[in-house]
Design a protein around this ligand. Structure first.
Ligand code: PLP
Length: 386
């Protein structure tokens, strides 16, 4: 049976060119980038080449890129270190109810350490209100952390407006761009972003690899303590093969390629929705119905069919999609994102699935997915009615 992988928001397959690069660097560049002899210097030079590429990808300077072990570490360090470093300016932080756990857990940690966190509500489309953000902003707010795009429902936040609002405020602006990076045009200067998190494995790169953008005017101590790597901003010997692989993954994300992917994902989405209608499957879209949104994510409420049942039956038919709270391994906990969007509709929260496309997704995958979900739905719906 041909497997159909539609969980690219959780992670993506590694592309051939990235594997080739990683294999080459793993075999040939073992030198420690912090050493001064040639074998180490050649590793260092790979590191610095990739740093320039990554900086260019978000219109940053190369000294503003810190290599990390991915989205989680970038989020954790941006949030916890900002709070620690700026505690003399205040102890109030603003975020949203629909952030990834990599943001929400550090927020909880800070609440347990004397900080006050305001969680912005979202409406039933997943949107925050700028007015609400303005009302929550205080003199002692030191950080605003609002994701660029949501990993469960694909809602895209008004990053430029938030950046403008915070321009003359002491609060740093952090955004988790893990899902948006790779599809969206990101410019940290245009949007007044101070801190930004990314992850390589969402863009066909290796896992446990990413970067944190930190504006050069901001001083944050290292989150990971140890050696003086990354100009004392992140300790630990750099993973040259993975970082080189990340560089290759980013290289392939030209403006043209991003546009091609967006067109492809939109056509997949339309096809799925049309076929659900044609097959009389009762559903509602969770999240934005129109642009702007993260085009690779489609979250739908399949009315009357519990998420876990649908997910398991699709799995038996070789289809991988997400339910529950996204990429938290194997979790079937009710989604905090859907709960925030539909607080009075537990059925909707417990009967929704996330389908997410990637550069490897083909038309054939979509056709097979439709064929299989129609079959599974009809069977489960019949059982439900019998
Ligand atoms: C929005 C968002 N932030 C952070 C993360 C964590 O990234 P990583 O898996 O690289 O630690 C994810 C992963 O799913 C994500 O979707």
């Amino acid at each position: 049976m041909k497997k159909v992988y539609l969980d690219n928001a959780a992670t993506t397959p590694v592309s051939e060119s990235v594997i080739k690069e990683i294999t080459d660097k793993l075999s040939n560049y073992y030198g420690n980038a912090s050493t001064l002899y040639e074998i180490g210097r050649s590793s260092k030079s790979i590191l610095e080449d990739v740093r320039i590429k990554l900086a260019n990808s978000i219109n940053a300077k190369e000294n503003e890129i810190i290599f990390t072990s991915g989205g989680t570490e970038s989020d954790n360090s941006a949030i916890i270190k900002t709070a620690e470093t700026r505690q003399n300016y205040g102890k109030h932080i603003i975020t949203t109810k629909i952030e990834h756990e990599a943001v929400l857990k550090p927020m909880k940690y800070l609440e347990n350490h004397g900080y006050e966190v305001s969680y912005l509500d979202v409406d039933s489309n997943g949107n925050i209100s700028i007015e609400d953000l303005k009302n929550n902003l205080r003199e002692d707010t030191i950080l605003v952390s609002i994701m660029m795009g949501n990993n469960e429902v694909g809602v895209q936040n008004p990053i430029h407006e938030i950046g403008e609002l915070l321009k003359d405020h002491q609060a740093y602006f952090h955004t988790d761009a893990v899902q948006a990076y790779g599809l969206k045009d990101i410019d940290v200067n245009r949007d007044n972003i101070d801190l930004l998190s990314t992850s390589a494995h969402k863009i066909n790169g290796p896992k446990m690899t990413g970067f944190l953008f930190k504006r050069e005017t901001i001083k944050l101590n290292s989150f990971v303590l140890g050696g003086d790597q990354e100009q004392k901003r992140r300790a630990g010997t750099e993973n040259i093969p993975s970082i080189a692989g990340f560089g290759v993954a980013v290289n392939s994300l030209t403006k043209d390629e991003k546009e091609k992917r967006i067109t492809k994902y939109n056509s997949f989405r339309e096809k799925i929705l049309t076929e659900l209608n044609n097959n009389n499957i009762e559903y509602e879209i969770n999240g934005p119905k129109t642009e702007p949104r993260l085009e690779h994510i489609l979250n739908i409420w399949i009315k009357g069919i519990p998420t876990d049942l649908l997910q398991m039956n699709l799995d038996l038919d070789g289809v991988a999609i997400a339910g529950g709270s996204a990429c938290t391994a194997g979790s079937l906990e009710p989604s905090h994102v859907l709960s925030a969007m539909f607080p009075t509709n537990p059925n909707r929260v417990n009967e929704s699935i996330r389908i997410s496309f990637g550069s490897f997704t083909s038309e054939d995958d979509i056709d097979l997915f439709i064929e299989r979900i129609v079959k599974v739905y009809n069977r489960l719906n019949k059982n439900r009615r019998d």
